[in-house]
Design a protein around this ligand. Structure first.
Ligand code: AHG
Ligand code: MN
Ligand code: MN
Length: 331
């Protein structure tokens, strides 16, 4: 009987150790990034623990409330939101948070904090009740206004290009923490017994091309002509269609194997469904740091000036060649 390879896990470098080394190597990475990422990872572990007991604890279903995007909030959306806020409040470094689950800026009791965090606490909420992949998305910005005044719209409505760091946690087959501090994209796998994240993927590179596309095909008739044209091309080429219903999971697949994720304008969502500040910017930075691309069809996602916290934008993200092929069809 043959056996699989060595299954002793390599717990060589924890997230904290790796980040310290990265900070030594790149002095432009803010010192406070370590406690901030540590806080997000700690909340992620707590989320992971309840997710792993789905059906045994009372975390499935709607909360009975709606968020600023008029979407029904799930219990886990709100739990994740509050755990992340609590963890970030304790860092002392974050003065405010914007979250998909809160209509306005949330000021934290850290008036000296220099940093702003944008959050999608739980991405892929409809997947919660069916035990499919979900995630957490975050972006980090430096505050622009002085600390003596209330946090302003200009502090939270910064272009994606201004992100100091961004990342996500994917609660998948395993739980992974993937981030960039603008010096490459690195992935860490959660080891439950050691209760920490350990380096699993260093300097991830999003393949330039791919044979996989992710889109909600049910809306096909409502897509702009250039998107329909591109989908026909994917089908003619025999590409695989894979759509999990969680942007994070689809993005992660493409980060590793190549591919494109598309959320175009539709009849229901004339500007697309996904939110620029709390979802798209983080993934756009990760994509570009890994050699991929992200566009709204006209310009790079990272160059868009946000006008509102919950502003939606079309999103085409993934392998550079695939995004360029799509853009070539835009009239
Ligand atoms: P969220 O759960 O944070 O609201 O995000 C859900 C998003 C995204 O993760 C996913 O790709 C997309 O919505 C799915 O939308 P459709 O069901 O319209 O395809
Ligand atoms: Mn989301
Ligand atoms: Mn969400």
């Amino acid at each position: 009987m043959t056996h699989p390879g060595n299954i002793t896990p390599d717990l060589g470098r924890s997230l904290a150790q790796f980040l310290k080394e990265e900070q030594e190597q790149f002095p432009d990475i803010p010192e406070e990034l370590l406690p901030i990422l540590h806080a997000i990872a700690a909340a992620g572990k707590a989320i992971d623990k309840v997710v792993r007991t789905l059906g045994l604890v009372d975390i499935t279903g709607d909360q009975g409330t709606y968020n600023a995007s008029d979407e029904a909030q799930q219990k886990l959306d709100l739990l994740a939101h509050h755990w992340l806020l609590d963890a970030l409040a304790h860092t002392g470094a974050v003065c405010a948070v914007v979250s998909e689950e809160a209509p306005t800026i949330i000021e934290l009791p850290n008036s000296n904090g220099k940093y702003i965090v944008a959050l999608d606490p739980l991405d892929g909420s409809p997947n919660i009740d069916v035990n499919a992949h979900i995630g957490t998305i975050f972006s980090l910005y430096q505050r622009q206004t002085t600390q003596s005044m209330a946090v302003q719209q200009e502090d939270v409505l910064q272009k994606g290009n201004a992100q100091l760091a961004a990342g996500y946690i994917l609660y998948g087959t395993s739980t992974m923490f993937v981030y960039t501090a603008r010096h490459g994209v690195h992935g860490f796998t959660y080891h439950p017994a050691a209760d920490d994240f350990f380096l699993a993927y260093k300097a991830m590179q999003l393949p330039k091309s791919g044979r996989c596309y992710a889109i909600n095909d049910g809306y096909f008739e409502a897509f702009p002509g250039y998107v329909q044209h591109y989908i026909h091309r994917c089908r003619r080429n025999g590409y695989s269609a894979r759509y999990t219903g969680a942007l994070i999971a689809d993005f992660h697949r493409h980060l590793i194997q190549g591919g494109i994720y598309l959320y175009p304008p539709t009849k229901k969502h004339a500007e697309g469904k996904l939110r620029l500040v709390v979802e798209c910017n983080a993934l756009a930075l990760m994509a570009e740091e890994a050699g991929g691309a992200a566009s709204n069809g006209q310009q790079s996602i990272l160059s868009l000036q946000p006008q509102a916290i919950h502003q939606r934008v079309p999103l085409y993200i993934g392998a550079t060649n695939m995004v360029q092929d799509l853009l070539a069809a835009v009239v």
